[in-house]
Design a protein around this ligand. Structure first.
Ligand code: FES
Length: 99
């Protein structure tokens, strides 16, 4: 069973293969901003991929629309579009900026 680690909170949640980082966060009470409830239209649910990039599918068109083609620099993905197929560690950008 894959695991997702949410930084900086340190919350680790198990998930089923193919679940999104966003859906698992909601279940684990990790506060990821949203205005569209996971429908890839608000662009607010971005997270930074810290580890496990190979456990996610390539960035799709919906993500590119919101994030551009700068993943190789920013490592940001839309959590509602990132389906997990292995262990992944993500950071919530809004929380990390508050330090
Ligand atoms: S939750 Fe709105 S784009 Fe992901």
């Amino acid at each position: 069973m894959p695991k997702i680690t949410y930084l900086p909170l340190g919350i680790v949640a198990e998930c089923s293969d193919g679940e999104t980082v966003f859906a698992v966060a909601q279940r684990a009470k990790v506060p990821i901003p949203t205005a569209c409830a996971g429908k890839a239209s608000c662009g607010l649910c971005r997270v930074k991929i810290v580890a496990g990039e190979q456990s996610l599918p390539p960035i799709g068109r919906e993500e590119t629309k919101h994030l551009g083609n700068t993943y190789f620099i920013t490592k940001l993905r839309l959590s509602c579009q990132a389906r997990v197929h292995g262990d992944v560690t993500v950071a919530l950008p809004d929380l990390t900026k508050r330090k």
